[in-house]
Design a protein around this ligand. Structure first.
Ligand SMILES: Cc1ncc(COP(=O)(O)O)c(C=O)c1O
Length: 371
């Protein structure tokens, strides 16, 4: 029997999550096809991912940040426009908003789901925003998405869902990514549907947005060497990544369920500890990250690290306080800032070793037992 004390628990393991796939054969087939960009694998993946989500169009791109940037351009956001977003989601939406020279308008979060608060969204509408980006953070479908989408439609504001952490999350059989005008995904290797490199996608049920996004991802071409759409860029998923994603997509629901079960186990083992735990583990949460809150977060993080359990903080600095932007009068987002000081993410992914799950549980419990 292995000595639990000597086990090191990684935060994530690409070898564990990919262990059931014959990735070498998949790669070899693409290599042997001699077609590496925008070919059959990409076309088929786009169809299969759209079918999975039950949405009309999927346009693959090079990564999730490009997906957000192209989505903003697609719905007509440009220089000086205002875009409502939250500040606790890793600066990804902010990066895209700045990339199109627009201005982020940060609103506070709902403390249970840690996603955009509907009341704060409503309060920000006076700024006449062109769009809103709603992030389904940590794999949790935003409970406010329907209300936000309904009100935004009434006001002529475009809704972009950031689903980079929420592949497969759903509510009454409606997937994250099908509530807004356009939705964005990342296939970064740690995502619930992860490639072996960078990748991303835009999905939409609007024909005109789909056409626009397709042009924008490739120089603004309508046909080869004919630029008919301004502000295009080069952002393409490659055949290799599309082939890996096609192999993994049929197992997405199963692996999401595995993640949820780990989260459920953590929740029951930690239920008596002085921690705030993910509130609801149901189909609306795909456990991309298992994030708990502790008043003793920093001590807990050190204790976990010293005892061989890797953890992380998603995310340590809210967007409106990032030093590169040096805001002269940073707004105050009380809930976002408070939660930021307490959050800590524990390892949670499909294929995770049982002994590793046990070790995470015993180490967290030991920390509180020792006081
Ligand atoms: C919520 C969210 N949005 C966007 C992104 C950006 O995706 P990418 O790293 O593929 O650019 C990420 C990825 O890390 C993310 O977690």
């Amino acid at each position: 029997m292995s000595d639990k004390k000597n086990i090191n628990v990684p935060f994530f393991s690409t070898s564990r999550v990919n262990s059931k796939f014959d990735l070498s054969s998949i790669a070899q087939q693409v290599i042997d096809s001699y077609w590496y960009i925008l070919g059959n694998e990409v076309n088929e993946f786009e169809k299969e991912f759209a079918d999975y989500l039950n949405i009309k169009h999927c346009i693959s791109v090079a990564n999730g940040t490009d997906a957000l940037t192209i989505a903003l351009k697609t719905v007509g956001v440009s220089r000086g426009d205002k875009v409502i977003t939250t500040a606790n989601a890793g600066f990804y939406s902010s990066t895209a908003i700045y990339a199109v020279d627009a201005e982020p308008i940060y609103v506070d979060i709902d403390t249970e789901s840690l996603t955009m608060s509907f009341a704060d969204f409503v309060a920000a509408l006076d700024c006449q925003p062109k769009a809103v980006i709603v992030t389904h953070l940590y794999g949790k479908l935003s409970p406010a998405i329907k209300e936000i989408a309904a009100l935004a439609k009434e006001k002529g504001i475009k809704v972009i869902e950031d689903c980079a952490q929420a592949h497969g999350a759903k509510n009454n059989n409606r997937h994250a990514g099908t509530f807004g005008d356009v939705a964005c995904f990342s296939f970064y290797p740690t995502k619930n549907l992860g490639a072996l490199g960078d990748g991303g996608a835009i999905v939409t049920s609007h024909d005109e947005f789909a056409v626009n996004a397709r042009h924008l991802r490739q120089y603004g071409w309508t046909e080869k060497y004919h630029v008919t759409v301004k502000d295009g860029q080069n952002s393409r998923l490659d055949e290799l990544q599309a082939a890996f994603l096609r192999a993994k997509l049929p197992f997405l629901d199963e692996s999401n369920e595995e993640r949820r079960q780990i989260a459920q186990r953590y929740n029951s083992e930690f239920s008596k500890l002085p921690l705030v735990l993910p509130a609801l583990i149901d189909e609306g949460y795909v456990a991309h990250l298992y994030v708990i809150q502790s008043e003793h977060r920093d001590e807990l993080a050190i204790y976990l690290k010293n005892n061989g359990v890797s953890c992380d903080i998603h995310y340590p600095v809210p967007d409106h306080l990032q030093s590169a932007y040096n805001y002269r009068n940073p707004i105050k987002l009380t809930r976002t800032e408070r939660v930021c000081e307490k959050i800590i993410s524990l390892p949670c992914y499909q294929g995770m070793d049982e002994t590793h799950i046990d070790k995470v549980i015993s180490t967290v419990c030991d920390f509180f037992r020792r006081g």
